[in-house]
Design a protein around this ligand. Structure first.
Ligand SMILES: *Cc1c(COP(=O)(O)O)cnc(C)c1O
Length: 423
């Protein structure tokens, strides 16, 4: 499907007069609509909630939009917990799916009443100690199915090689220990894929979790009250891919629910997701200006942004669709490497891509950058990360994060007491 952008060429040119490129633009209306569609699809379960993976787009304005559509938050660090709080997402609507977590962060999550999802069996003792000798009323464990789950893609890798979660045997033991310790409510979590488009995959994952929940009940008497199926629902980065049909995912998981959960007397079992990518990914764009062209062994177009703004292509070789504002229907009769300004040869947004002829000053739009985009950025080479703007439902555009400044970059330098740097 052809990729769209919410502003036409003249609207974008007007915006660029006020907001210099590069910047991220998010579409509130589209984010809202998609979140509604997601929630609606899973309304076939007695209890359902999506906990937005904050790492995908850690901006409280956007999280607030999602929260107003019923979303909770999935966090893995103290700042993410704080951002959720800031966005008005509180208590058990926040799941703390962290790993290798410092005691202070568990203490904070506990104090806020967030759900703690433990990544290892040894973390029971660790958490207990961190909380002064008691465990929270609710605990969740992350299941790593190891070789029981295959066909996983390259971002997460084979489960048995992944650092996350507990083995099947440890899961049983962990619930047993927590029951003895007086924990009252239990959840089970797993996440074994990333950017998956095949709907069968999520039904398989649900099956593994549901079956283990039944086994836990039989062996320990612990009743699992919620199954958190993680994130991992993919988006169609490439124009020939199709958006995941949320209703189909829900239906396939519901079939497993009816076959496994209901007969075991575990109904109602709340179904949770912690998706990031499909929630905001397609509704955020990185807008840049073409500032250089090079004609050497290949044709290059250089943008005023770089890998520090959007790492996915450089880091994973990921495909992101690129369009040129005002040239959406022009013939793609040129082949370019579209690059950024880092001193790293992997700083390429696209390699050997067929595009319309790009002229200097053209506004170049990188699509599907609304999740794991700005968030993954960094300051290598002294690069300043782009700001973020929200296109609101009334058509106005608001700044939701300003562009970084040199002062931001230098703010952590501490040169007091270093000879020659007296302020
Ligand atoms: C990254 C992550 C997510 C979100 O993944 P998406 O691909 O953005 O949906 C959810 N849960 C955990 C534990 C994660 O690490």
């Amino acid at each position: 499907m052809a990729k769209t952008f919410p502003l036409n060429d003249s609207e974008l040119k007007d915006l660029v007069k006020k907001v210099p490129t590069p910047f991220y633009l998010y579409d509130e209306k589209a984010i809202r609509q998609n979140m509604k569609e997601f929630t609606e699809a899973f309304s076939i379960f007695p209890i359902f909630r999506e906990h937005f993976a904050v790492k995908a787009c850690p901006n409280p304005y956007i999280m607030k939009v999602l929260a107003s559509e019923g979303a909770g938050a999935d966090c893995s660090s103290l700042p993410e917990l704080m951002l959720s709080e800031l966005a008005g997402i509180k208590t058990d609507k926040v799941i703390f799916t962290s790993n290798e977590t410092p005691a202070s962060e568990y203490q904070y999550a506990y104090k806020q009443g967030n759900i703690i999802n433990l990544d290892d069996i040894t973390h029971i003792e660790y958490l207990k100690k961190a909380l002064g000798g008691k465990l929270p009323e609710t605990i969740c464990f992350r299941y790593n199915p190891g070789k029981a789950k295959h066909g996983c893609n390259s971002i997460i890798g084979a489960p048995e090689e992944a650092k996350y979660g507990l083995t099947r045997q440890q899961m049983i033991e962990a619930y047993e220990i927590c029951k003895k310790e007086g924990v009252k409510h239990f959840g089970m979590h797993t996440m074994v894929a990333s950017n998956e488009l095949n709907t069968d995959f999520f039904a398989d994952t649900a099956k593994l979790v549901f079956e283990l929940a039944v086994e836990v009940k039989e062996k320990t008497g612990v009743r699992i009250e919620f199954a958190d199926l993680g994130g991992g629902i993919g988006i169609p980065y490439k124009p020939d891919q199709k958006k995941v049909d949320y209703k189909e995912v829900a239906r396939k998981i519901r079939r497993m629910y009816d076959e496994i959960v209901v007969p075991a007397g575990l109904d109602p079992l709340a179904i949770y997701f912690e998706c990031g990518r499909p929630i905001t990914g397609p509704y955020g764009w990185l807008v840049s200006t073409a500032i250089h062209e090079k004609h050497i062994y290949r044709e290059y177009i250089a943008l005023d942004s770089c890998m520090a703004d959007l790492m996915r292509p450089g880091m994973y070789g990921s495909y992101h669709e690129i369009t040129v504002s005002g040239k959406e229907n022009a013939p793609k009769d040129h082949v370019y490497d579209v690059v950024g300004s880092l001193c790293e040869n992997c700083d390429k947004f696209a390699v050997q891509r067929e595009l319309p002829k790009i002229d200097m000053g053209d506004l170049v739009i990188i699509h599907d950058a609304g999740a794991h985009g700005r968030a993954m950025g960094y300051n290598y080479n002294g690069k300043l990360r782009a700001g973020e703007y929200l296109l609101r439902e009334d058509g106005s555009v608001v700044e939701i994060r300003r562009r970084e400044t040199i002062e931001d970059l230098f703010a952590t330098l501490d040169l007091k007491g270093v000879e020659g740097f007296k302020a």
